[in-house]
Design a protein around this ligand. Sequence first.
Ligand code: FES
Ligand SMILES: [Fe+2]
Length: 348
Amino acid sequence: MSSWPRNQWYVAAYSAEVTEELMARTICGEPMVFYRTSDGEVVALADRCVHRRFPLSKSHLVDDNVICGYHGFTYDRTGTCLAAPGQKRIPRTARVPAFHLLEQDSLVWVWIGETDRADESTVPRAPWLDSPDYTTVRGLEPLKARYGLLVDNLMDLSHETYLHGGYIGTPEVAETPITTEVDDEAQVIYVSRHMDDAACPPFYATSTGIEGRITRWQDIEYHPPCLYLLHSRVAPVGTPDPAEDGRDEPAFHVEVVYAITPETEHSTHDFWMVARDFALEDQGVSDFLAESNRTVVLQDVEALDVLEVVVEGEKENYQELSINIDTGGLAARRIIARQLTKGEAVTA
Ligand code: FES
Ligand SMILES: [Fe+2]
């Protein structure tokens, strides 16, 4: 049994990454080749020719079909073989699996599991990523650690104070208690930390221009296994709370999004995005946020790469110690454990 739930959607790529060039990427242990057809459809096929296993990602794309770079088997966007060299008859079993995809909110989602169970209405939304009311910067970092370590990391932001001091961490983050809510039916976990009077870390001071202390809200919304949303609100101390109808002009809003996609049992695609509703046209702010957030992500990557080695080397039954700040992370583990059992049960 894999450590990630099957019969789930995962982010496979950013829309902009998938072009009319073949691109290889392994998702949940499945090597895939991605491309975009001339009519704009995104395609993902298993990255292995049925003939002698040559990777299709090292082959050629002609008229929306993939021609294997080894002996020329030709596959269409459904994975059906259209041509084989030296013979008219194409073997009946000559087809490669095609994966069910959905392109939404500038993300390419892939369904890992039985195709007939894929329900596109269950894909979590992140609408600001391609909204004209927001400007988004983004990146993708390879992580040499299991995806569960990144889930733990993101569900507990008290580590910002220690691992990301000087960027996004200030003492108030670790000092302020969290509230946690779990919606078991919708399978969403909410972890909130509201700081009434906090230092403004450089990440926000430089991008917003706020001088002095801030009200800082961090509202996490995690849709296990793949999508993590951090609704971040910063405003000068004394700014009124949002109005009943949600209007909140005096505050600055940053939507930090992570897609946590397992690559293999010991590696993860760490997709990160930062969308903001201010200084939309300011390239300097975009550059600053992109560089700062990448630095922060790399601080996590460095720590988690080390942690992976520790976890791999530890004795079985090693017991961690959990405290209040881990409530959200533990809830995430419980939901993922249930998804694992459910996903496998469907397969059986
Ligand atoms: S390995 Fe692909 S055609 Fe032979
Ligand atoms: Fe972090």
